[in-house]
Design a protein around this ligand. Structure first.
Ligand SMILES: [Zn+2]
Ligand SMILES: [Zn+2]
Ligand SMILES: [Zn+2]
Length: 343
């Protein structure tokens, strides 16, 4: 049978990249959207997700080890990276933390899904790319109607092929435009568009192109906040384990016989530590009162309550001998705050 710690560790590992992004989004609550960007190299990126790379550069916690080895392995394979980002976005969407908002469509290679596409305009009859676009115009003074390709240039001036007079702005009208093939001579309203994938060299037309939706991802703040609890719990649990604590069921029986629930409970050398946390939707003062109540019934347990920086407490911070208030501003300070508390 697996121990709780093992179980916990595995679940945490599975969620590594997921937790990283949750941590990031919780810390940067001003970010409302994850916007797509197609760069000069025609790569579709979600720049917000580049934070993974910046984390790797500073990479200090075990959380990023997986991401780091992953990046080393796939740095050369951009498309693999894109897939991974897509997976992450899909997962966050499934968990309703992100909401997909269609922005439009993009043309991709039907073979390799690349965006790196070259376009050619072809004659629909003979498929030659030797075509030109012309205007049909009428010269009002002489009544000539013909194609712009028949116009002549004399002494730097554009002149009418019939009357040889200069073509002045108010003296001609454009009747329409057309494409003409220089090879077979046929005329047509629109050329056929042929795409060539520069990666796999597949040629394709609009008929077989991969025409995909492009999305922006809107962050669903209420859903994201629900994960704050999970992330904080995992961080606290991991930190306690690092300091040699075993994580138990998050419940402790008090002198009264009542079981009190906490965020995380750890045991080391017979000593029990219980950590609690003020959630997004809770009132910090009320929560503190509840924790104090539990503390009276649990004189043998060391209790700490994590209070996010945005909450103001009306009570003094030294509240009971076995209760400690731990303040933090950002979620990634939790490991340090807990470590300092355990010292
Ligand atoms: Zn032609
Ligand atoms: Zn004329
Ligand atoms: Zn291709």
């Amino acid at each position: 049978m697996k121990t709780m710690e093992n179980d916990r560790e595995e679940t945490v590992k599975e969620r590594i990249s997921f937790i990283d992004i949750i941590k990031y989004l919780l810390k940067n609550k001003n970010i409302r959207y994850i916007e797509p960007e197609i760069n000069e190299l025609l790569e579709l990126r979600y720049p917000v997700l580049d934070f993974i790379q910046s984390l790797v550069k500073g990479g200090v916690t075990p959380y990023f080890e997986k991401v780091m080895s992953y990046l080393q392995k796939y740095t050369q394979l951009q498309s693999r990276m894109e897939e991974e980002v897509e997976d992450l976005l899909r997962e966050l969407t499934t968990r309703k933390i992100l909401r997909k908002v269609p922005l439009g469509k993009i043309v991709k290679c039907p073979e390799c899904k690349s965006l790196k596409i070259l376009n050619k305009y072809l004659c629909p009859r003979c498929s030659s790319d030797n075509i030109k676009h012309i205007y049909i115009f009428s010269h009002i003074p002489c009544g000539f109607t013909g194609s712009s390709s028949e116009l002549k240039t004399v002494n730097g001036k554009t002149v009418c092929p019939k009357c040889n007079k200069e073509l002045k702005e108010d003296e001609y009208t454009i009747r329409g435009d057309i494409f003409i093939c220089n090879d077979c001579g046929s005329t047509f309203a629109q050329p056929e568009i042929m795409h060539t994938c520069t990666k796999c060299h597949r040629q394709f037309t609009a008929k077989d192109a991969l025409y995909e939706d492009l999305y922006r991802y809107e962050i669903v703040v209420e859903e994201l906040n629900k994960y704050e609890y999970i992330v904080v719990r995992d961080l606290v649990g991991l930190t306690l384990q690092t300091h040699g604590y075993s994580i138990t069921e998050p419940k402790v029986r008090g002198l009264s016989g009542i079981e009190h629930e906490f965020l995380v409970v750890g045991v080391k050398d017979g000593k029990t530590i219980a950590i609690d946390f003020v959630r997004e939707d809770e009132d910090a003062d009320t929560k503190l009162m509840i924790v104090l109540g539990k503390a009276v019934d649990l004189p043998m347990v060391d209790i700490a309550i994590l209070v996010p920086g945005k909450f103001k407490l009306s009570r003094p911070s030294e509240v009971a001998t076995n209760v400690k208030i731990l303040r933090y501003k950002y979620i990634d300070e939790i490991e340090t705050v807990i470590s300092d508390y355990l010292k």
